[in-house]
Design a protein around this ligand. Structure first.
Ligand code: PHB
Length: 392
């Protein structure tokens, strides 16, 4: 099988790339290890920044998001038993965020791609890339117990942190930055009504907690935990106790409880690889970088990567220009590091490090106090949170 752009991975990055290329008349094939059903149901993050919302709308895949997603104009930072609103839209000339699950975006993209006749090979495990330094790189994959090869002009490595793409760049040609944190996030989905109109990020002496939402009936919440915790070892009662304690306010905030329908623990890390390109292989999304979830940037950053890549490939196919392709890695990395910085900063400000006699905690409270009382500081948070960028 041959195509123009071979895409390894059918998450948001791979699907969005395929969609953007299709709109420019460029053909692609996606090779994805998971089943369609798993992709469409796996619970991940759910905050879309303004850029992502705009791109989904402009390219015709925003209808369901506009119907079912919830538009938010602010977030709350809570500490010392008190909430403080950051009015994102007021501080950014009207930018907003939309709460809409990542798997819903994936579902919309898969539907749109398949309706347009796209080739997506589900349950196909990429086993390796070949000849990525040549003009005809190949993706090798296994599907239905047989080996296959996909020859293409370019390979887009959108196969996540554990995929085959990144390690296909020779070790001596890449530099990896890996930052681990001494905590993870315990995430739940609960059948309950929303407790707040906006997301609540809170720092408590016991650690971080986040109150988010998925719909009028399903709520998403997280709290900082030991990264080695087994989700099943926590009873529902313990989970609610922890969330209630961390979100308490002096004026009697009520956190609505309900049956917990999903729970999991994820570790926390920041990761980046340089460069994001080698030969005819271009990395995008989690294959190239992982940001801590506190800034809600993971999927948004992946979408930005493929938007840059689609433009570069279009310039190559339409005009034979290589400049944007040559610049791909540098263009993305500038944004990646800014996003790493923001995510790291949010994480540092809002998690307990339990590593001293409270020095760190007092600095965090001072930082939160500053961010919530200085318009300049609040604007800095808001610009980053909604994804206003100054790099293009
Ligand atoms: C989520 O709703 O899953 C969510 C929201 C905000 C974050 C991370 C995750 O920072």
């Amino acid at each position: 099988m041959d195509t123009q752009v071979g895409i390894v991975g059918g998450g948001p990055a791979g699907l969005m790339l395929s969609h953007l290329l299709h709109l420019q008349g460029i053909e692609s094939v996606i090779v994805e290890a998971r089943s369609r059903e798993r992709l469409e149901t796996e619970v991940r993050a759910g905050v879309l920044e303004q850029n992502t919302v705009d791109l989904l709308r402009e390219t015709g895949v925003g209808d369901r998001m506009d119907r079912e997603g919830a538009v938010h104009h602010g977030i709350e930072l809570r500490f010392d038993g008190q909430g403080h609103r950051i009015p994102l839209s007021d501080l950014t000339g009207g930018c907003e965020i939309v709460l809409y699950g990542q798997h819903e975006v994936v579902k919309d993209l898969i539907g749109t791609r398949l309706d347009a006749g796209a080739r997506i090979v589900f349950e196909a495990e990429a086993v390796g890339l070949r000849d990525i330094e040549s003009r005809k790189p190949t993706i090798r994959y296994r599907h239905d117990g047989e080996d296959h090869e996909l020859r293409c002009d370019f390979v887009a490595g959108c196969d996540g942190y554990h995929g085959v793409s990144r390690p296909s760049i020779p070790a001596e040609e890449r530099t990896e930055y890996d930052q681990k944190y001494p905590f993870g996030w315990f995430g739940i989905l609960a059948e309950a009504s929303p407790s707040s109109d906006e997301l609540i990020y809170t720092l408590h002496e016991r650690g971080f907690a986040l109150i988010s939402t998925r719909s009028a009936k399903v709520q998403r919440m997280y709290f900082q935990c030991d990264p080695n915790d087994d989700a099943e070892s926590w009873s529902d009662e313990q989970i609610w106790e922890e969330l209630q304690t961390r979100t308490e306010t002096h004026d009697g905030f009520t956190l609505n409880e309900g049956p917990i329908i999903e729970k999991s623990v994820v570790g926390m890390r920041s990761f980046a690889v340089e460069p994001m390109q080698y030969g005819r292989l271009y990395l995008a999304g989690d294959a190239a970088h992982i940001v801590t979830p506190t800034g809600a940037k993971g999927m948004n950053l992946a979408v930005r990567d493929v938007s840059t890549l689609a433009q570069a490939l279009t310039a190559w196919y339409e005009k034979g220009q290589t400049k944007l392709l040559d610049d791909y890695s540098n263009t993305c990395l500038k944004r990646v590091w800014k996003t790493q910085r923001f995510s790291w900063w949010m994480t540092s400000m809002l998690h307990s490090f339990h590593d001293d006699e409270g020095f760190q905690h007092n600095l965090q409270l001072a930082e939160l106090d500053y961010v919530t009382s200085s318009q300049a500081a609040a604007t800095s948070l808001a610009e980053n949170y909604v994804g206003m960028v100054f790099d293009e």
